[in-house]
Design a protein around this ligand. Structure first.
Ligand code: SF4
Length: 731
């Protein structure tokens, strides 16, 4: 026997008189007007803990946009079902929501429900009782396709749009018994009871990550420009921002005090006196911003007039006037023209800019040309965008996480030894977290840390705890940044132009993930790093085994295999030209190359050598390439775990992976050294020699150990150099 589910009292909503925020556990500051269920507008703007990325328009629910007033109550009851699924009236429903939705999700679902209700109204439907399968199909069709004014299909919307449309209908069915003023028919089963995802034909999510990484041709000049702006120009931009802060718009428009001598003069004489002051001090006359010059030209001003670009309003304020001077212009035209000829006309900001080295390294230039007030603000904004880009590119933070950063985010650097400093940024993770987000820290490299410090210096109100960036649209910011870099200003300071191509914060994060995964032990490092900076759930890497995470790993493995083959191919070519490997495994590798080389000359050594095509050689090399593991100072040819010195030392002889952290490549028979490893060993030898030189006479044990280390590094260097010398001798 089945128990019938109770149907709400049709005369009164179970939520009538409810304080929405109190029921939903959404905290509001004291004294804020609280949205009530019976209101037609619910304002959540002041709810504490909403993410910075959630715009104001998403925080205000306006039910008056639903044409049919009875359906406004239905929409409000549906909203309550999503916000407070634990309410007694909701939890009895078998297919109701069981966990509260985020306010943003509720907003989006209500937007679709509003669209559906108004579409029904437009199609003559007056009651939800009239809803049938055909209407549901027609609405889905309406949302599936983009139609022009004549209902001709212009394109297809995404599966996500279709899913939200189907969800709106399914919600009305699932919460039917909750609604008090109107309900869908009890026997309505739209799309045969299929889930909204199935109806929308949503992809299964097992495909590869669809955010493409940035091409190197875009990333390189982008990072170079961002780095230059956040280092070379940073102190000048911070100083400019400081002066702009002190000279706000009100200060700009302030009347200057005039002394008694000046005050005694009649207006034209006063202006002439001010012009004379400019000449005496050698200061150029203030220049009018370009947009204001264009307005003057549009009003018919002579484009060849010397006085066209002079900011007369600024001169008038210096003379103690607010009136426009243009009507009087004819009376002081000659003194003005003389003054302009004598001292020139220039923008008022940064007239004597400090010299900086050009980004191209070709000499020095002033860090900026003189700027108008607006241009000065724009330049500070450009430097701010450079800092945001750099932080995003090297930390992998999401947009929502960047927006949560606050002034004071830079934790004190932690020193772990000479040159070993850890930099941390305090912030919040909000995606998938409870209201208010979760405090977290990001370990970043120094440039990102310095960029955040610069953002604090550029802040209009750098009080600790104030939002560092607030809500921003990276797309617009990046557009301005790229235009500036590619324009005359960027060209003047020697920045390379950034090619066309979309640059998004997602693409920067994905690029970082792939870059990390390429390093030795990169897959593990990527997983750890992404987890550490709290983007472990990014694109479903960690939360969907077999999903995007597996896709990423497969992609990384593929790239690793290609890279290994390229490296082996290069070493084979070196071998053919007489550049032999060094290290304990060198002989074995050389024999392998000799074996391959022999196969390429099937008719015997006496026959003329037949060079097979590259594909054939690559086929012969590919099996060996699969054993290659990259270590910072050697290649590891992991062909036999039983011979791996690292595994012996670790006591795990059966492991199927080498332990790069315990690698002793000077002694392991599977290690080889090549010219590309020379700088690492040379640096190591130099550092060890320096430590040895600084050791006191009592540190005997330490001296023995370091001397052995130095000898070993020197042996490796000698072996690499000997291989190179053999080549030179041959030549
Ligand atoms: S000791 Fe080094 S070269 Fe030898 S197997 Fe281990 S990681 Fe590879």
């Amino acid at each position: 026997m089945t128990t019938p589910f109770p149907i709400a009292d049709s005369s009164r909503s179970p939520f009538a008189g409810t304080d929405v925020c109190r029921q939903a556990g959404l905290p509001l500051p004291e004294g804020t007007r609280r949205p009530m269920f019976d209101d037609d507008r619910w304002d959540f703007a002041e709810v504490v803990g909403l993410p910075m990325a959630m715009g104001m328009s998403f925080r205000r629910f306006d039910f008056t946009t639903i044409t049919n007033s009875r359906w406004r109550v239905v929409a409000k009851e549906q909203a309550m079902a999503m916000l407070v699924p634990h309410h007694e009236a909701v939890r009895q429903l078998p297919r109701a929501y069981r966990t509260p939705l985020h306010l943003l999700s509720v907003f989006k679902r209500l937007s679709e429900l509003t669209r559906f209700f108004n579409w029904l109204t437009d199609h003559g439907v007056r009651s939800l009782e009239e809803l049938d399968g055909d209407l549901c199909e027609r609405y889905l069709h309406h949302r599936r396709y983009l139609l022009d004014d004549n209902d001709v299909v212009m394109g297809e919307r995404s599966p996500g749009t279709r899913r939200v449309a189907a969800q709106a209908v399914v919600d009305l069915v699932n919460h039917r018994n909750l609604f008090t003023v109107d309900r869908v028919p009890g026997d309505l089963r739209p799309w045969g009871g299929a889930t909204p995802s199935a109806v929308a034909e949503m992809p299964d999510g097992h495909g590869p990550n669809r955010t493409p990484p940035l091409a190197g041709t875009v990333l390189q000049p982008l990072l170079a420009a961002a780095s230059y702006l956040t280092t070379t120009l940073a102190p000048h931009a911070a100083d400019l921002a400081d002066r702009l802060r002190q000279t706000g718009t009100a200060e700009q428009m302030r009347l200057h005090p005039v002394d008694a001598d000046l005050a005694s003069l009649e207006p034209v004489q006063r202006i002439i006196a001010i012009l004379d002051q400019y000449v005496q001090s050698g200061q150029p006359l203030p220049q009018l911003p370009d947009h204001a010059v264009e307005r003057r030209l549009a009003r018919g001003w002579d484009p060849h007039d010397t006085l066209l670009t002079i900011n007369w309003n600024a001169i008038a304020r210096q003379a103690g006037y607010r009136q426009k001077l243009q009507p009087l212009l004819t009376r002081f035209r000659h003194p003005a023209e003389d003054a302009a000829a004598a001292v020139g006309i220039a923008n008022p900001w940064v007239r004597n800019a400090a010299q900086v080295s050009k980004a191209s390294g070709e000499g020095h230039v002033p860090w900026t040309l003189p700027l108008s007030h607006m241009e000065a603000n724009t330049l500070v904004g450009i430097v701010r965008t450079a800092a945001i880009t750099l932080v995003a590119a090297v930390s992998g933070m999401r947009a929502s996480e960047l927006m949560e950063l606050r002034v004071g985010a830079c934790r004190p650097p932690e020193q772990y030894g000479d040159g070993l400093v850890r930099y941390r940024l305090a912030g919040k993770v909000v995606k998938g977290q409870p209201l208010g987000g979760t405090d977290d820290e990001w370990v970043v490299i120094e440039p990102a840390y310095r960029a955040v410090q610069l953002l604090e210096q550029l802040h209009d109100n750098p009080q600790v705890g104030a939002p560092l960036l607030g809500r921003f649209t990276f797309k617009d910011r990046y557009k301005s940044f790229r235009n500036w870099v590619n324009g005359p200003a960027g060209h003047r300071i020697g920045l390379a132009p950034i090619p066309e191509g979309p640059v998004t914060l997602r693409a920067l994060r994905r690029t970082l993930a792939i870059e990390l995964a390429y390093r030795p032990g990169g897959v593990l490092a990527t997983k750890l790093h992404l987890k550490h900076i709290a983007v472990a759930t990014t694109e479903g890497y960690a939360s969907r085994p077999g999903g995007a995470q597996a896709g990423l790993l497969a992609e990384v493995n593929k790239h690793e295999a290609e890279r290994n083959l390229e490296l082996l191919w290069a070493e084979f070519r070196n071998y053919q030209q007489g550049v032999l490997p060094g290290g304990p495994g060198a002989r074995e590798l050389s024999e392998f190359f000799a074996h391959i080389d022999g196969k390429l000359a099937p008719d015997g050594a006496a026959s003329p050598k037949v060079q097979r095509n590259n594909r054939e050689v690559l086929n012969l090399l590919s099996k060996r390439a699969r054993t290659l593991h990259l270590a910072p100072a050697n290649y590891c040819w992991f062909t036999d775990p039983a011979r791996a010195l690292c595994l012996k030392l670790a006591g795990t002889p059966n492991s199927d992976q080498p332990l790069a952290g315990m690698c002793d490549s000077a002694r392991c028979p599977q290690a080889t050294h090549h010219p590309c490893h020379r700088p690492v060993w040379a640096d190591h030898a130099q550092q060890t020699a320096m430590f040895l030189g600084n050791l006191g006479p009592t540190r005997k044990t330490e001296r023995v150990r370091l001397q052995a280390d130095l000898d070993r590094a020197q042996r490796v260097l000698d072996a690499i150099d000997n291989a190179a010398a053999r080549t030179e001798n041959k030549e």
